[in-house]
Write a new protein. Structure first.
Length: 342
């Protein structure tokens, strides 16, 4: 009998979903990149919630590292609840929403465009209300996503965003790494970190750590632990976790440190080792960790792309964790696929 969850099937489809985006999304992505280059913004803003907001955090770091252009997150309630206007003349507004239906995201994107921003929407539904208020709409080409937990739409959103930035920056090395992603992701979705799953045991609290672009992945990981496993997970930058949160760490307390192969890796691995020395059970996706246990990972050859493979392996792990706890990750309690917030 086939007991594979829908979430598992969608995780395994990630490489094909990304390949589909790479084959079908190029014209729209290059057009949006050209519009950004023509505008030459001094800053950009993002509008998103939940997993989509973690994509926005990832793109904030990659934009600042790649182009030197800062990105700030806008609170959708400024437009939808408070009915205020922002002066966004000369900026670019990037809205991220799998469904493109949430009224507050749509209203904020509309207000941003009216306030002078170049509006770019990333959505899996190009006939959605969000797409209608955008100057450019990037189709994620992820295909139908049935499981409540976003997986392939998260990955395709991140790929679409970083690809747009690569075209904007005209960065050939980054473009090449993106085009090679399907083969890397095929390996990544088949790594599910059984050692980390075993260490969780009956624990119901965990820290997820990251730094730079990988911090966005840490945020997404913590959300997925809560959403699919009913585990209370908190995400911290490795630069912040020792400033107070570490006080709750006791013997065996589980920690997962998600490190890309970039300039922040040594610092993150050092913090992971420091927490391990306090008695925690720490896992790190880095060969630079000495006391923390090392998790296998797929490196992409480009530091800005590594986090995408990290989240693919994490998804494989968290789905297994939910199943081991007798929880159906396709239908988390109290949740539905599309949450329409005012």
């Amino acid at each position: 009998m086939n007991t594979q969850t829908q979430m598992r099937r969608e995780i395994l489809e990630i490489p094909r979903a990304v390949d589909r985006l790479l084959h079908r999304g190029g014209d729209d992505i290059r057009s949006a990149a050209e519009a950004i280059r023509a505008r030459n913004p001094s800053y950009m803003v993002t509008v998103a919630r939940g997993s989509s907001d973690h994509v926005a955090t990832y793109l904030k770091y990659t934009s600042e590292l790649l182009t030197g252009t800062p990105i700030a997150s806008l609170g959708p309630s400024i437009a939808s609840i408070y009915n205020r206007k922002l002066n966004l003349a000369g900026s670019v507004c990037l809205s991220v929403s799998q469904s493109g239906k949430s009224p507050d995201i749509v209203e904020m994107a509309r207000m941003a465009q009216q306030g002078g921003a170049l509006s770019i929407a990333m959505t899996n539904h190009t006939d959605s209300p969000l797409a209608q208020v955008a100057d450019h709409c990037l189709n994620l080409h992820a295909g139908p996503e049935i499981s409540v937990a976003a997986t392939k739409t998260f990955v395709n959103s991140a790929v679409a965003g970083i690809w747009m930035q690569a075209e904007w920056a005209e960065d050939d090395a980054l473009r090449a790494a993106i085009m090679d992603l399907p083969s890397k992701l095929e390996k990544a979705v088949n790594i599910d970190w059984p050692e980390a799953r075993a260490a969780l045991g009956a624990r119901n609290s965990i820290f997820c750590l990251g730094r730079g672009p990988a911090y966005a992945i840490s945020n997404e990981a913590a959300l997925k632990f809560k959403e699919t496993c009913q585990i209370h997970a908190e995400s911290y930058s490795s630069a912040e976790v020792l400033h107070g949160p570490v006080s709750i760490v006791d013997s065996g307390f589980p920690v997962i440190a998600l490190a890309a192969e970039d300039e922040a890796e040594s610092a993150l691995a050092g913090v992971a080792d420091e927490i391990a020395a306090k008695g925690a059970t720490v896992f790190a996706t880095s060969e630079k960790a000495m006391q923390a246990s090392r998790l296998p990972t797929v490196r992409t050859g480009h530091p800005l792309i590594d986090p995408i493979c990290l989240i693919a392996s994490f998804y494989a792990m968290v789905e297994r964790t939910a199943a081991a706890r007798g929880i159906n990750p396709d239908a988390p309690r109290h949740l539905k696929k599309v949450t329409e917030t005012v």
